[in-house]
Design a protein around this ligand. Structure first.
Ligand SMILES: NC(=O)c1ccc[n+]([C@@H]2O[C@H](COP(=O)([O-])OP(=O)(O)OC[C@H]3O[C@@H](n4cnc5c(N)ncnc54)[C@H](OP(=O)(O)O)[C@@H]3O)[C@@H](O)[C@H]2O)c1
Length: 191
């Protein structure tokens, strides 16, 4: 069971432009050769921040319009927010706030041995990293730069660095990078 941050970003490290647009990403359609379906089949629980959730509501679900679509995932999905957010019909959504470690344990219990997908954004993924709960990053780096926007992972992770476990070109636009998050050195216990 792994906790994985799976996301796409620009070459300069942003997951959304300043106005929360993903047009730069959606222009490519579905990336060639991505392992997304296999990845998702191994996921037992999903977590996201409220901005990512709101983006899905506005751009995918479109509730109350003639284009309304059902929720995207079968897996239980935790949404972090300090606010009351609209829900989606027939979706297993759990609205939470506060410490990610408490919620992570609930997700582990619900995932029944499968992986946990931290869908974003970067600050939320950073909170899982801070709590020592992030195992892997799977990042599709697109061949665009945005200059500014929502950062991929606003943390300093340098000593020890992440460990690159695979790098694969996906068509002409993407490089998919897998990184293992090193275990934090444990404080030695008193003799
Ligand atoms: N490129 C990609 O593959 C990809 C992937 C994911 C997301 N995105 C996009 O990236 C952008 C994400 O933006 P983001 O990183 O700024 O936001 P985000 O993580 O999606 O949402 C941030 C919000 O989550 C809530 N939150 C986070 N931690 C919390 C905690 N511990 N307790 C309570 N609430 C907490 C807060 O919401 P409240 O203000 O409601 O309290 C906070 O303002 C969106 O536009 C999204 O569509 C892109």
């Amino acid at each position: 069971m792994k906790t994985q941050y799976y996301s796409a970003c620009s070459l300069d490290g942003f997951i959304a432009s300043k106005d929360n647009s993903l047009d730069w990403l959606l222009q490519f359609g579905e990336a060639e050769g991505t392992g997304y379906k296999d990845f998702l089949s191994e996921v037992g629980a999903i977590v996201m921040g409220s901005t990512t959730y709101q983006w899905l509501l506005d751009h995918h679900i479109k509730a109350g319009t003639t284009e309304e679509k059902p929720w995207l995932y079968q897996q239980p999905t935790w949404v972090f927010s300090s606010r009351k957010l609209p829900t989606v019909r027939d979706a297993d959504l759990r609205f939470v706030s506060g410490e990610v470690s408490t919620v992570h344990q609930q997700m582990v219990d619900a995932a029944l041995g499968k992986n946990i997908w931290v869908a974003g954004g970067g600050e939320l993924a950073g909170q899982f990293f801070d709590a020592g709960l992030l195992d892997e990053l799977i990042i599709q780096v697109a061949s665009v730069t945005l200059g500014q926007g929502s950062p991929l992972l606003p943390r300093r992770i340098a000593f020890p660095p992440l460990r690159l476990t695979s790098a694969q070109a996906l068509g002409e636009a993407f490089a998919e990078l897998h990184y293992e998050v090193p275990r934090q050195p444990q404080a030695s216990s008193p003799a």
